[in-house]
Design a binder for this molecule. Structure first.
Ligand code: SF4
Ligand code: SF4
Length: 150
């Protein structure tokens, strides 16, 4: 499946200074990690989790509602993390260190607004973790593999 591209309005975000990124990292979707190609997903997740800059978070572990997001500053290297807020590891003084196309889907889809709240377009933790549910076997398998190798 092709990744949703989203829009970037650097003028607005530069003036804002990244309030969203300072609050909580954006949520990545399975497509950001190669879905529906499970082999590609395994490869990309492995690389991301080994780097320590990405982490697995969840809404409800019993219901297998997990998702992937960048790590929060100070928590890099945690394969699983459930902190509820904090600044994204990729935020620098000059903005996001990732190329636009490499950012999580919810970062790309967030519509910046000047006079009102920026529009997340429905990318909540619950919405994204439900999309991950089809791939939770790959996700947890890779996460445990990385955790066991640490
Ligand atoms: S999306 Fe909104 S909150 Fe985030 S940096 Fe841009 S203007 Fe600021
Ligand atoms: S990945 Fe980039 S755009 Fe997304 S929350 Fe982190 S710093 Fe912000």
């Amino acid at each position: 499946m092709k990744k949703n591209i989203g829009i970037e309005i650097p003028g607005i975000c530069k003036a804002c200074g990244g309030k969203c990124c300072k609050t909580f990292p954006g949520l990545a979707t399975p497509e950001d990690f190669g879905a529906p190609d499970r082999d590609l997903m395994r490869e990309k997740l492995l690389k991301a989790l080994i780097s320590g800059r990405w982490t697995v978070d969840w809404v409800d572990q019993d219901a297998e509602l997990y998702f992937v997001r960048p790590a929060i500053k100070g928590f890099e290297g945690s394969v699983f993390d459930h902190a509820y807020n904090g600044e994204c590891t990729f935020l620098t003084n000059t903005g996001c260190e990732l190329d636009f196309s490499e950012r999580p889907e919810s970062c790309r889809m967030l519509i910046p607004k000047l006079e009102e709240r920026c529009d997340p377009q429905g990318y909540t933790r619950m919405y994204v973790s439900k999309i991950w549910k089809d791939y939770v076997d790959v996700l947890i398998d890779v996460a445990i593999e990385v955790e066991n190798s640490q």
